[in-house]
Design a protein around this ligand. Structure first.
Ligand code: PLP
Length: 450
């Protein structure tokens, strides 16, 4: 019989887990999952957990969703994979048509990679290469926001700013121009989100005015810096950014890998600012959380800058083996069908409102500095001192206590440092949200005692 403990033993003998100090597992049990259904994950000892973080923000419509399962099974019997250079297939064509139809206006060309970081790499290279093909060889730099996260490969890591992941590798990384984030946790008392975000734009304007000649693109996570502890800002910043990028002749890369596909409350976060970026990077929810797939969608002017006689060597020669994998595309098509058929964005508004109400009482908690929410992302920030907002020392790992408490109470919560958050699959029910709110409340009490 397979149970948790023998699977853990075999695992720890041979695996190296992501984003993990493996020594922690001397005292922090791994959780081997046997099956998933809807919001539930079940381990080998029969214990269940509500997947409140959508398995690292990828799952949209529950585990083992019958509609997505069916589509993948059908595709599996037709074609599992084929090279996408020189060849094509129906799911990738259909998915490209869909993505062009649903992404912000003007984005008309889809380029595929097989994970979020590699989509960022492709967008950075495309932007740089676009300018090069225009004879603008002096454009070699990128502007990024402080506290941003764009993935872990060296190029993506370079334009990110979460020091925990980046600092060690600094000697290997290209150096972006980093501009202070419009993060509204930092706003003055009494200032609104839009006032703060507007004020913070002055830094971006200044960086563009000073460096535009050498800058290929500005890269941002629209509205929510997810890995940066779910810090949020106002759509007005994106509006100002689009205008300034146009004014200074710099491209705009929107990394919607985390916030895309409804997380922000709209299908894409850029919609809330009424803007179209020059590149939108998509992954995570793209396949409903089933398979690794990512896309960079861009517009015709950029595409045309690469379209040339072969001898001129202006083509974009970037590739990955599993580019446009048919099974991933089939999962994505099934996922997008669910958005169309079930009025997901409208229904999520009720779930989002319920999430907000369910934790509203924590506003008064002596160690909760802020509860913030953008659509289906809700975050609660624990602090040592509510008045000064002095954070708990990171070494105390208070969030981990919430994680451990949740596991004992049928929930998977995985705080980012001192920030507890919900980012659940959209099939969660109000009752299940209430359960998460209870577990989070207890967890925060336990974690902030003494
Ligand atoms: C997760 C994430 C990435 C990286 O995607 P991976 O598939 O994990 O490589 C990039 N940008 C943002 C905003 C993300 O949240």
């Amino acid at each position: 019989m397979m149970n948790n403990s023998n699977l853990i033993q075999r695992d720890l003998a041979t695996l190296w887990h992501p984003c993990t100090q493996m020594k922690d597992h001397e005292w922090l049990p791994l959780v081997p999952i046997k099956k998933g259904e809807g919001v539930w994950l079940e381990d080998f000892d029969g214990r269940r957990y509500i997947d409140a973080i959508s398995s690292w923000w990828v799952n949209l419509f529950g585990h083992s969703n019958p509609r997505i399962n069916e589509r993948i099974k059908q595709q599996l019997d037709a074609l599992e994979h084929v090279i996408l250079a020189g060849f094509s297939h129906e799911p990738v064509v259909a998915l490209s048509e869909k993505l062009v139809a649903i992404t912000p206006p003007g984005l008309t060309r889809c380029f595929y990679t097989d994970n979020g970081s590699s989509a960022i790499e492709a967008a950075l290279k495309m932007s740089f290469h676009y300018w090069r093909n225009q004879g603008r060889h002096e454009k070699t730099k990128f502007i990024a926001l402080s506290n941003s996260y764009h993935g872990e490969t060296l190029g993506a890591l370079a334009v990110g700013d979460v020091s925990l992941y980046k600092e060690t590798y600094a000697p290997l990384l290209m150096q972006p121009i980093t501009v202070p984030s419009p993060d509204c946790f930092q706003r003055e008392p009494g200032a609104s989100w839009s006032e703060h975000s507007t004020r913070m734009f002055a830094h971006m304007e200044q960086a563009l005015a000073q460096h535009a000649d050498q800058v290929c693109a500005v890269i941002v996570e629209p509205l929510v810096q997810c890995a940066g502890a779910m810090r949020m800002y106002d759509p007005v910043y994106l509006k100002l950014l689009r205008q300034a990028c146009d004014k200074y002749g710099v491209q705009l890369i929107a990394d919607e890998i985390a916030v895309g596909f409804g997380r922000s409350g709209t299908l894409f976060a850029c919609e809330q600012a009424g803007i179209s970026p020059d590149f939108i990077c998509l992954s995570k929810g793209l396949t409903g959380g089933y398979l690794p797939l990512a896309a960079v969608v861009t517009h015709d002017r950029i595409y045309q800058a690469f379209y040339d006689d072969y001898e001129n060597l202006n083509a974009f020669l970037h590739s990955h083996s599993y580019t446009g994998n048919p099974l991933g595309c089939a999962a994505a098509l099934a996922t997008l069908d669910i958005f169309e058929q079930d009025d997901v964005i409208a229904n999520n508004k009720h779930l989002a409102a319920h999430m907000g109400q369910a934790v509203a009482h924590l506003q008064d908690h002596p160690h909760v500095a802020e509860i913030r929410q953008t659509g289906m992302i809700l975050a609660m920030e624990m602090v040592k001192d509510k008045t000064t907002r002095e954070p708990y020392p990171w070494q105390e790992r208070r969030g981990l206590k919430v994680y451990q408490h949740a596991l004992q109470n049928e929930a998977l919560l995985r705080p980012l440092g001192n920030v507890v958050y919900f980012m659940p699959p959209y099939v969660i029910t109000p009752d299940q949200i209430d359960h998460l709110a209870r577990v989070a409340t207890e967890g925060i009490h336990i974690a902030t005692q003494t």
